[in-house]
Design a protein around this ligand. Structure first.
Ligand code: NAD
Ligand code: ZN
Length: 380
């Protein structure tokens, strides 16, 4: 591919032309990377619920035509001016939130909210020049989360790219690029349950089950899974979830049910649904005195969190996190090594595999609640 360096690449991408309408595989032109950008050949991508929200655009700002996708793995094809830490041939995971390594957030051990490259769901262009690198017959196509991985080639800011062990199987570690790290990190880095504690996980999709894995990893004694979809419960047993609660089975708020089950509330809870009522329940179900709740789900744009202030005065803590508090470039290579050393298992999250031409089926599977993660192979 050396002949493509500095050139426009024509390749296939799945373009969302309109909200909620099936993606169309189109030939797109992908411009070369500019200063501090890299162009990546995507080999595997998967679908996260955040892609679905912005494609549906029911509770999020519509921006079309757009190339979605943010959970993926690939190989660097070429690098722009000033990129020194990445080179063609590097195996990489693009991440929806970045790490410039220079701003006050990146220099702080307490934050992963890089001032320059933090998640921005409404931006559809590259920050360098405010333009898109994708076009079809001269018409620009918007980026999504700075990653746009539903394309054979994409351009990403180098600060949003983690270089990983080239031995790692990209068809597995691609799920570290969003889902796994988001849930696992929300538990181990933010909720921080101690050994023997009780943890509630709201939403048992790939993100929530990764949060449950984190609870098991931390030595939690009881892991209570909460979901409206009873099909999730059987699957969740493989992830260490010990008890199940379906809010639809009760005529009182689920936080009351959980408080009764746990003698006053759980020690930690992690919300991975995106539903505002589940967020409020996740907070109100933690024990007074010490309980900590962590919000992970992406809410409807008009959502408002309402709870009585006494729930805070009685020493409950509410937190939230993007990407499980991991700094993508600094921390992600280490999570890949955890997988290589068999400390974490990724295979059980992968319930489906499809070729790129079948990408719309991955949307159907997620909407039906039938899949955890569906890996999409870009090469056929
Ligand atoms: P998913 O659709 O696979 O799983 C969500 C689960 O929540 C489903 O099983 C669904 O039945 C359940 N659910 C929905 N409403 C519920 C309710 N009111 N009570 C109980 N369960 C309910 O989605 P996913 O890919 O695992 O993503 C989960 C959430 O995490 C989404 O909101 C996604 O946008 C968000 N997310 C956040 C980050 C971050 O960095 N903060 C990163 C990735 C994804
Ligand atoms: Zn995601």
């Amino acid at each position: 591919m050396s002949s493509t360096v500095g050139q426009v690449i024509k390749c296939k991408a799945a373009v969302a032309w309109e909200a909620g309408k099936p993606l169309v595989i189109e030939e797109v032109e992908v411009a070369p990377p500019q200063a501090m950008e890299v162009r990546i050949k995507i080999l595997f991508t998967s679908l996260c619920h955040t892609d679905v929200y912005f494609w549906e655009a029911k509770g999020q700002k519509p921006l079309f035509p757009r190339i979605f996708g943010h959970e993926a793995a690939g190989i660097v094809e070429s690098v722009g001016e000033g990129v020194t830490e990445l080179a063609p041939g590097d195996h990489v995971l693009p991440v929806f939130t970045g790490e410039c390594k220079e701003c006050t957030h990146c220099l702080s051990e307490e934050s992963n909210m890089c001032s320059l490259l933090r998640i921005n769901t409404d931006r559809g262009e590259m920050i360098n020049d405010g333009q898109s690198r994708f076009s079809i017959n001269g018409q620009p196509v918007y980026h999504f989360l700075g990653t746009s991985t539903f394309s054979e080639y994409t351009v990403v800011h180098s600060g949003c790219v983690a270089k990983i062990n080239p031995q790692a199987p990209l068809d597995k570690v691609c799920i570290l690029s969003c889902g796994f790290c988001t849930g696992f990190g929300a538990t181990v880095n933010v909720a921080k349950p101690t050994k023997g504690s009780t943890v509630a996980v709201f939403g048992l999709g790939a993100v929530g089950l990764s949060a449950a894995e984190g609870a098991r990893y931390a030595g939690a004694s009881r892991i209570i899974g909460v979901d409206l979809n009873p099909k999730r419960f059987e699957e969740a047993k493989k992830f260490g979830v010990t008890e199940f609660v379906n809010p639809n089975d009760y005529d009182r708020p689920v936080q009351e049910v959980i408080a009764e089950m746990t003698n006053g509330g759980v020690d930690r809870s992690v919300e991975c649904t995106g539903n505002i009522n589940a967020m409020i329940s996740a907070f109100e179900c933690v024990h007074d005195g010490w309980g900590v709740a962590v919000l992970v789900g992406v809410p409807h744009k008009d959502a408002v969190f309402k709870t009585h202030p006494v729930n805070f005065l009685t020493e409950r803590t509410l937190k939230g996190t993007f990407y499980g508090h991991y700094k993508p470039r600094t921390d992600l290579p280490g999570v890949v090594e955890m997988y290589m050393n068999k400390e974490i298992e990724l295979e059980k999250f992968i319930t489906h595999e499809l070729s790129f031409s079948e990408i719309n089926k991955a949307f159907d599977l997620m909407l039906q609640g039938a899949s955890l993660r569906c890996i999409i192979r870009m090469d056929d």
